[in-house]
Ligand binder design. Sequence first.
Ligand code: OSB
Ligand code: MG
Length: 368
Amino acid sequence: MKITEVTIRHLQMDLKAPFTTSFGTFTTRDFLLLEAKDEQGTVGFGESVAFHSPWYNEETLKTNWHMLEDYLIPLILNKEINHPDEVNTLFEPIRKNNMAKSTIEGAIWDIYAQQTNQSLAQALGGTKKQIEVGISIGIQNSLEELVELVEGYVAEGYKRIKVKIKPGWDVDVMRTLREKFPNVAIMADANSAYRLEDVALLQQLDAFNLTMVEQPLASDDIIDHATLQKQMTTPICLDESIHSLEDARKAVELGATKIINIKIGRVGGLTEAKKIHDYCAQQGIPVWCGGMLESGVGRAHNIALTTLSNFILPGDTASSNRYWEKDIIEPEVVAQDGYIEVPQTPGIGYKVNMATVESYTVDKKTYK
Ligand code: OSB
Ligand code: MG
């Protein structure tokens, strides 16, 4: 295939409910949607998961646009690409900026799947027909509100409840949840809110039989996480610290992580995500697919990736209607009793509704 035209749109979608992490609160999701077209007119979509501000990692919507416009799109336009795995090689001269790279790489995977008449899941080598999903719940104003929310999501059938924690909203919260929901798979995500000095506090979490604690320490650390893991029984799962197969290998070899959260954007695309998945499978490290408050396009990519066999633990890909009044895809993503049916039609398997996309678009530009 040859990509002959790329359109980048800045979309702005209101979240149904604010989402709070240890870093702050989101009420709106601003992101880039990328539409690529090849010489035969096949259209593929990719989503940038970079946020408006650099709280999760160093990338932002604007740095992604800059990288795409000035570096990545020029490396792709009118080049003969036989397989999406080649995109990684084309991007080798550019350091990091993984979310920007992933945006266009995802669209190329979508086109490749359509042209080979496969679902994106099949193109990736995935076999599951349905995937198990959990839900990620932000920091709430009160424990009562959190318990009520968890009750609702457990009743909806989500297979695992993840709760954001931060200093002052941690041990008591997890104790209460474990008491109220003795048989539910529960985990905590700290988004790097602690330091190794907090070991005594973090050890208290071991009493609650949590499935894992996600990224307790610094966002660029693997050494302290290894030290912490030796002092905790709860498995540590790294999110922010893992940007590549090499990072995953080092973290596993050091004993810094027993489980890995794979996010396509954070690792630079589906090809690298698959490599990390394969390595973890060999090492006996279970993985799961993280979420970044994606629109339907990013959600569709996450669903396809999760069909790979070592995605053993439920991910964060919840129903579209948990986030949005109206998603940009049709049909919307629906989790029923904690399962999402994997679409079997070619490509991402959902139709992107361009009228809905236009209604959320605040800026756009085409490159050819
Ligand atoms: O750390 O997994 C995270 C959302 C935004 C940024 C980082 C994270 C999250 C979530 C929510 O936990 C996942 C989702 O529901 O999409
Ligand atoms: Mg996380």
